[in-house]
Design a protein around this ligand. Structure first.
Ligand SMILES: NC(=O)c1ccc[n+]([C@@H]2O[C@H](COP(=O)([O-])OP(=O)(O)OC[C@H]3O[C@@H](n4cnc5c(N)ncnc54)[C@H](OP(=O)(O)O)[C@@H]3O)[C@@H](O)[C@H]2O)c1
Length: 295
């Protein structure tokens, strides 16, 4: 694969990791610090970040945290600005923060969908736009200008029932990252698209549906290690776990036999006809999509 032989040094780099208070983000922050990067860890739950930074500082004493809501543009842009002010540069940006949405489409309001897009996709666009100018200036001084890692989801490749809005946020991230590969040509800024399959993190505690995926889940550290390798080797797109038979076959079917995938998905977690009846009743009342009061 082109670029496989390149080895980018991570030691001494300044890395921002969003969604670092748990799961993939937490393990990625630790993996980067172990590799010698000074990490700026961010999420909303500050006590968790404080605890994480103690661990990061064993490896890189200047690692720190900035707490806030990445779904707010001011915070997302300020995160990058503050990092550059504090350390003079930003070498690695890992856009990992995300929230799940596994709900009947009829019950999601436009406001809820927009809020999810802000956290899962727009945050990545805001931090990336803020990071490109300082990265370009770094590139002018020779060597790697920077690396932007976007953590998407296999749900954008094969979309299960009730995941439409979540998949849309990750599909947007896929298109954005693939666009970066083209548009950042010649800038020395590298972009990586990471596509995790089912990973064992607390994100699943936020999904309340017995019909939701209940199969094998893989450790978050597996994704973290793949992220570090992708940065080092300048890989473009990584599905984790790699060469996993269920993911490989699902991707092939989604590409060549999308109707089969659609039928399979509908059989695994079928739409309850009662939801459709409720949605029709709301439509008769002139109500938009969303939950019934008290539901
Ligand atoms: N686990 C999986 O099976 C799986 C599969 C495919 C893709 N992914 C993606 O991988 C990424 C990490 O997920 P995970 O599984 O590690 O889940 P997780 O353990 O729930 O972590 C999500 C992280 O995002 C942060 N976050 C959520 N909303 C935020 C907000 N408004 N502002 C700032 N930070 C926010 C959370 O921190 P606070 O709550 O402290 O703010 C937390 O650190 C997500 O983008 C997810 O979509 C996960």
């Amino acid at each position: 694969m082109p670029g496989e032989s390149v080895a980018v040094e991570i030691a001494g780099k300044i890395a921002v990791v969003t969604g670092a208070s748990s799961g993939i983000g937490r393990d990625t922050a630790i993996a980067l610090a172990e590799a010698g990067a000074t990490v700026v860890a961010t999420a909303r739950r500050e006590p968790r970040l404080v605890e994480l930074v103690e661990e990061l500082r064993i490896h890189t004493p200047a690692s720190c945290h900035i707490a806030g809501d990445i779904g707010e543009r001011d915070f997302a842009e300020g995160l990058v600005r503050e990092t550059v002010e504090r350390f003079g540069r930003i070498d690695i940006l890992v856009n990992n923060a995300g929230v799940p949405k596994h709900e009947p489409l009829y019950e999601i309001s436009a406001d809820e969908a927009e809020a999810l897009m802000r956290v899962n996709f727009l945050s990545c666009l805001w931090t990336t736009f803020a990071a490109i100018p300082p990265m370009l200036l770094q590139g002018e001084q020779g060597g790697a200008a920077g690396c932007i890692v976007n953590v998407s989801s296999f749900a954008a490749t094969v979309t299960p029932t009730y995941e439409t809005v979540y998949a849309a946020s990750k599909g947007a991230m896929n298109g954005f990252t693939r666009g970066l590969w083209s548009d950042l040509a010649g800038s020395n800024i590298h972009a990586v698209l990471v596509i995790p399959g089912p990973i064992d993190t607390e994100i699943w505690d936020k999904v309340h549906d017995e019909g939701a995926y209940s199969g094998a889940k893989y450790p978050a550290r597996l994704v973290a290690d793949e992220i570090v390798t992708a940065i080092r080797k300048e890989r473009f797109e990584v599905t984790v776990p790699r060469r996993n038979p269920p993911l490989v076959s699902a991707r092939l079917f989604a590409t060549f036999f999308p109707a089969v995938i659609r039928k399979g998905v509908a059989r695994m977690n079928p739409v309850d006809p009662a939801q459709v009846r409720r949605a029709i009743a709301r439509a008769r009342e002139g109500l938009p999509l969303g939950k019934d009061r008290g539901a």
